[in-house]
Ligand binder design. Structure first.
Ligand code: WT7
Length: 632
């Protein structure tokens, strides 16, 4: 399973293209199957219909927990670092984690959960979050983790889309010096969620919460009623493992579906190879388990590999901007996996809180979530890796389940801002607007994949047609990523960013349409258009052009309306979707057919107003001058 030299990478890559089934079958042998598969791969990208390890039976938690007990039962599986460094942390060995997962799985069963039920998890970054995720997987329930920063409305939308039967949450969570009332938000969400029969509430902050008789139960009390004996449910390789919602260019977020067999194989294979994980190493991924990065590289990838994975509850700047480095030294972190936005924000604080740390345990550094700019790459390399740790710039998506394009640490020669080369099993292709392949090197185009890998999404929950439309219809026969990409003279790939109406704000994916819908819900708003613009720390900022029914508001009124709009967006989506800039306008640049010309709005938001290109097709070119004059 392990690649150790560039020659081995090339050999593996070639084999994976020539005989993908044989290639992945060999890798899948390294896992524990209840029953072997009969066909390694069945696929077409037209419906699409993708099945890996057909007929294979397994349970992912037997691979993440049970099979490690004999050899490394007493090794830490999870190290939990609380928000407050003065609070005692928790270390769970594989044996302890196995025990707790089985117990909580029995709690779920006691509360009526059976195989196939959907469970919404809305929790802080505590060990119990990973325990809840794994407990679902243990009994074949489908988890749908919702990031703790989303609003009640967002939770309700996700619960209703998947018809969740149970919600697992906590009273509250700690983030920096803030306390967030999670259960309260869940209560608001559940007003509109008739499918939910039970809410299991873990105690974290002990903030007062309402507990509805007949619906709400305490995690701790439930645990007293169960044993630690919970045999794993036998799952088909293609049974659903989880749903994770992600934003696209239109409509409400889609529930990306991953299944048991292929996802497990892919998450573990990429974890071990990209980071060159060695037994005994401590891995620290700073993402939240509410995102795919946390699913694949805090929970499933590391645990399926028998690694020690850190769960960090807090934020990089609390109690001060040295927190990541405190954690690195305290737990002797060997592999650190974080996001460019975090690096850029920490860069801004200078080197004082870096240089008073040792950091000598570090061996590999990872980056994920958005393009990493050259300056951040070098700062990471110079000051964190001390020029002795390879940096892996890992490109992938919620839909891909695991890393697709990335250096293999210490094996692939790196180049700042390049995700470099496809991993074995990954077949990228660049196409032009018409879907024609762009061959050769020194070219750029739209990034697609022409062959499935085991971690690819199988559907979008409850709406397979939407999955087809979104990913497989733009360029028939190909999976379309939505990203633009450059392939340089060496054949190295550099992701240049989204080519659709999706923003990447601090590594969070946000649809412009979603933000517009939220803004339009505000009483005084007639219409709005949202675009991204370059932001020093967030990567992209959100710029909103808004038409209100009061065309001549006083400065004071305009200021108040802005604040109301921010409150509305926070209420509808969550604080991560709040526009950074709001410009009130009297009209939007539209074509005669009524389409907003976002290209022009993007240019103005970027501050590049000299060359707006062809505006002759506009219905009313004069609105552009007004917008230019009022640009922020
Ligand atoms: C989008 C996916 C799974 C990673 C976490 C985000 C952008 C992700 C990189 C990278 C340039 C990147 C892409 C992609 N992206 N990693 N290393 N370099 N861009 O997952 O929320 O599904 O977002 O994030 O635009 O399409 P996500």
């Amino acid at each position: 399973m392990r690649i150790r030299t560039f020659d081995e990478y090339q050999t593996a890559y070639q084999k994976s293209v020539e005989d993908p089934e044989e290639f992945w079958a060999e890798i899948a042998q390294n896992f524990q199957w209840r029953k072997p598969w009969t066909k390694t791969l069945q696929w077409n990208f037209d419906e699409p219909n993708i099945k890996w390890f057909v007929g294979g039976k397994l349970n992912i938690t037997e691979n993440c927990l049970d099979r490690h007990l004999a050899e490394r039962g007493d090794q830490p599986a999870i190290i939990w670092e609380p928000n407050d460094p003065n609070e005692a942390g928790v270390t769970l060995t594989y044996r302890m984690l196995h025990d707790q997962v089985c117990r909580f799985a029995n709690v779920l069963k006691r509360n009526g959960v059976v195989k196939g039920d959907r469970i919404c998890i809305y929790m802080p970054m505590v060990p119990e979050l990973a325990i809840a995720v794994l407990a679902c997987a243990r009994i074949g329930a489908v988890h749908s983790v919702v990031f703790g920063g989303f609003s009640a409305q967002s939770i309700a939308d996700r619960i209703n889309d998947a018809q969740c039967k149970v919600v697992v949450t906590a009273d509250g969570s700690y983030r920096g010096n803030k306390e967030v009332p999670l259960k309260n938000t869940v209560d608001d969400a559940l007003i509109g969620c008739p499918s939910v029969q039970r809410v299991i509430v873990m105690t974290r902050t002990r903030t007062p919460v309402s507990m509805l008789k007949g619906r709400d139960v305490w995690w701790e009390q439930e645990l007293k009623q169960v044993t630690a004996d919970c045999p794993a449910e036998e799952m088909d390789a293609e049974d659903m493992l989880f749903i994770l919602y992600t934003s696209g260019s239109t409509g409400k977020p889609k529930g990306v579906v991953h299944t048991c067999g292929g996802y497990m194989v892919y998450a573990a294979y990429t974890f071990q190879n990209v980071f060159q994980y060695e037994p005994g190493q401590v891995f620290f991924c700073t993402a939240d388990i509410g995102w795919i990065t946390g699913h694949s590289y805090i929970v499933y990838g590391p645990l399926a590999s028998g690694a020690t994975s850190i769960i960090f509850e807090g934020v990089p700047t609390y109690p001060d901007c040295g927190r990541f480095w405190d954690i690195t030294d305290k737990h002797n972190v060997n592999i650190l996996y974080t996001a460019p936005t975090a690096i850029r924000s920490l860069m801004g604080f200078g080197l004082e809180k870096v240089e008073n740390h040792d950091l000598s345990s570090l061996q590999v550094l990872g980056s994920v979530g958005e393009p990493i700019n050259e300056e951040a790459w070098h700062w990471y390399d110079d000051h964190i890796g001390k020029n002795r740790c390879p940096i892996v710039d890992t490109w992938w998506q919620t839909e891909t389940g695991g890393i697709l394009i990335s250096p293999i640490a210490g094996v692939t020669k790196t180049k700042p801002t390049y995700a470099t080369l496809p991993l074995p099993g990954v077949q990228p292709i660049l196409v032009d607007e018409n879907g024609k392949e762009i061959e050769g090197n020194g070219v750029s185009g739209n990034l697609c994949m022409k062959f499935p890998w085991p971690g690819i999404l199988r559907t979008t929950y409850g709406d397979h047609e939407r999955c087809r439309q979104t990913y497989f219809a733009t360029y028939p026969g190909l999976y379309f990523t939505g990203d633009g990409c450059l392939r340089d003279e060496d054949g190295y790939y550099r992701i240049t960013g989204r080519v659709d109406d999706v923003l990447n704000v601090s590594g969070h994916r946000i649809g412009t349409a979603e933000v517009e819908n939220a803004i339009n819900m505000h009483t005084g708003v007639v219409e709005s258009a949202v675009v991204g613009y370059p932001h020093d720390i967030k990567g992209q900022g959100i710029y909103a052009y808004v038409i209100t029914d009061d065309q001549q508001p006083s400065d004071h009124d305009a200021e108040l309306t802005k604040r109301d709009i921010l409150a509305t967006v926070t209420r509808v989506i969550g604080p991560i979707a709040k526009p950074d800039k709001i410009q009130f306008v009297t009209g939007l640049p539209k074509t005669r057919s009524g389409k907003i010309m976002r290209r022009i709005l993007r240019k103005i938001a970027e501050g590049d107003i000299s060359n707006l290109g062809d505006t002759s097709t506009l219905l009313d070119p004069a609105v552009v001058d007004d917008i230019k004059a009022g640009a922020i």
